[in-house]
Ligand binder design. Structure first.
Ligand SMILES: Cc1cc2nc3c(=O)[nH]c(=O)nc-3n(C[C@H](O)[C@H](O)[C@H](O)COP(=O)(O)O)c2cc1C
Length: 216
């Protein structure tokens, strides 16, 4: 094993070590509405679910870095979420991966990334923000809380209000997602992604008190 202490490393050195270690990460293509009514779309992989009651998830949003076209500025996604307090998380699978990643292009604020990348918008029910029509699953969400961790980074807690599923992905009677059919992509370090179609099934064995060992 090779040992690395994080003390003394700069931000980007830590970023590469951490994001290279945590993977595959789900990708949320977040849609929001700007004050001008323009729909904004951007991918976020510092994203995960946090609970079901209340149904919460988190997305960590950085300010634009020094290397960017808007150093130090808040990302449009964060600005729009704070202004409107509602947004949509669109899950990303292989058919829309490239389009979703290209939504991170440094477009000027007045360009709709979804439109520029051939992603169609569809209306939501409980929020004014549109969802991405081609996304296999989309969550309508409202802002629950924002934690400003540092001048650089905000953690957005979203509360899920409603979900949209591609027809074949939801077993409506059991209210379960068909995990055989849902194939989200995962992000690894940098521009590397993985499919989720090669599956492993591992069940947690029940511990049998009488036998003093887990069931085989
Ligand atoms: C797959 C992928 C995942 C990303 N994840 C994050 C993230 O978790 N947090 C973040 O601040 N930026 C992330 N980014 C960068 C943003 O998507 C990018 O800065 C985007 O242009 C922000 O757009 P906006 O200003 O419209 O919000 C990611 C980019 C890609 C391609």
């Amino acid at each position: 094993m090779q040992y690395v202490s994080l003390q003394g490393l700069d931000r980007m050195q830590k970023y590469w070590l951490i994001t290279g270690s945590v993977g595959p990460r789900p990708v949320a293509l977040v849609t929001t509405l700007g004050a001008d009514g323009l729909c904004n779309a951007a991918p976020f992989s510092a994203f995960n679910y946090m609970g079901e009651d209340p149904p919460l998830f988190v997305i960590a949003i950085d300010r634009y870095g020094e290397e960017s076209h808007r150093p130090g500025e808040a990302k449009d996604t964060l600005r729009n979420i704070l202004e409107r307090r509602e947004f949509v998380v669109n899950m990303v699978d292989e058919p829309i991966l490239e389009q979703a990643v290209h939504c991170a292009t440094d477009y000027p604020a007045q360009v709709s990334e979804a439109e520029a990348n051939g992603l169609a918008l569809a209306p939501c029910t409980q929020v004014a923000v549109p969802r991405i029509a081609q996304a296999p699953i989309a969550w309508e969400a409202r802002l629950f809380k924002v934690l400003d961790l540092s001048a650089q980074r905000s953690i957005v807690f979203g509360e899920i209000l409603a979900m949209h599923f591609r027809d074949d992905l939801l077993d409506r009677e059991r209210l379960r997602v068909d995990v055989e059919r849902f194939a989200p992509v995962g992000r690894l370090g940098g521009p590397n992604y993985t499919r989720s179609t090669d599956r492993l099934r591992v069940r947690v064995p029940t511990f049998l008190q009488a036998a003093g060992k887990p069931r085989e």
